[in-house]
Design a protein around this ligand. Structure first.
Ligand code: A2P
Length: 290
């Protein structure tokens, strides 16, 4: 966004100068540094990180833009939504992964941001998809649909994820192949990242298993993850036993119907839901939909 007032210099006629209007500054403003459009329905972006912001991988913050002025009062209110932070806690910037909804109040506008623009970011991270909400275990399952991949993009770059578990399995179910790209590129970059290997420990990526599936477009593995679990196909493919409370921990992030169905399924394996205040076997959070 452009500043309203141009710079003054010695040839500016002081007397004729336009009345100085205050520059509209957003509350909790952060600057967009990068935007990537993955499909016509998905994009990711990076913004500056407030120096004081500390967060745990998997948490979310409220972000947004100023709403349209109220027709009667002319007042503007921030239009905010919960967004999982997709970047790891050691990163200098913050990354977000978003859907574009053409008539969505926020994302219809947010999808047009460009580097240099400002967004509002309330620096109060919260959320349940955190390591602290899980008891120690052997194998961590991360179950995502659509933009529900975002919190896991953070957790998958957190050293604790690999320190705490022998094996980390991420499943991602989308309608179409193109919707898997953000996730598959991220997995690829994690595997090739020498700095991460130094930070987390050589060979850490061997613990990481990636299981993408699609439901409406042909791909090497088709089907909803819930169906693939019920049939046992996912366990056969990965060569692991079905989940059990002794060894397996899980985090769920996707659309509401998916979250509920998977919750039931995990409970049928004997897993219990955990929280920050009472760690247990699995945790769940809704992916943002505008
Ligand atoms: P499907 O195409 O069979 O509905 P969406 O884009 O609507 O949020 O969906 C993302 C993915 O989640 C889609 O592949 C969709 O499959 C899948 N999905 C939707 N509901 C469920 C559910 N109850 N259980 C498992 N997967 C689901």
């Amino acid at each position: 966004m452009q500043p309203v007032n141009g710079p003054m210099n010695e040839i500016s006629p002081v007397t004729d100068a336009a009345p100085i209007k205050p520059v509209p500054t957003l509350p909790d403003a952060q600057t967009v540094t990068q935007v990537t459009h993955w499909t016509d329905r998905l994009f990711s972006f990076r913004v500056t990180r407030p120096a004081s912001l500390r967060f745990r991988s998997g948490e979310f913050v409220m972000i947004g833009l100023m709403g349209d002025p109220n027709p009667e009062t002319g007042k503007q209110k921030p239009l905010l939504r919960a967004y999982s932070i997709a970047s790891p806690s050691w990163d200098d910037e913050l990354e977000f992964y978003s859907i574009k909804v053409q008539d969505g109040p926020l994302t219809s506008r947010l999808q047009h941001i460009e580097p240099g623009d400002q967004i509002i970011l309330r620096p109060k991270p919260v959320g349940t998809l955190v390591h602290d909400a899980l008891l120690p275990g052997k194998r961590l399952w991360l179950f995502a649909t659509g933009t529900g991949f975002a919190p896991f993009a953070s957790l998958l770059r957190d050293p604790q994820t690999y320190d705490d578990y022998d094996e980390v399995i991420i499943t991602h179910t989308c309608r179409e192949v193109g919707e898997l790209t953000y996730g598959s590129k991220l997995i690829e970059s994690i595997r090739a990242d020498e700095m991460l290997a130094e930070l987390i420990g050589e060979g850490f990526a061997d613990k990481l298993r990636y299981y993408p599936t699609t439901t409406r477009e042909e791909s090497p593995k088709m089907g909803r993850i819930t169906d693939l679990m019920r049939s046992g196909e996912v366990f056969a493919d990965l060569g692991v036993p079905p989940l059990c409370p002794e060894t397996d921990r899980a985090m769920i992030c996707g659309n509401l119907a998916f979250n509920l169905e998977l919750k039931d399924l995990l409970e049928s394996y004997g897993l219990e839901e955990g929280a920050n205040s009472k760690p247990a076997h699995y945790v769940v959070e809704k992916a943002f939909l505008d």
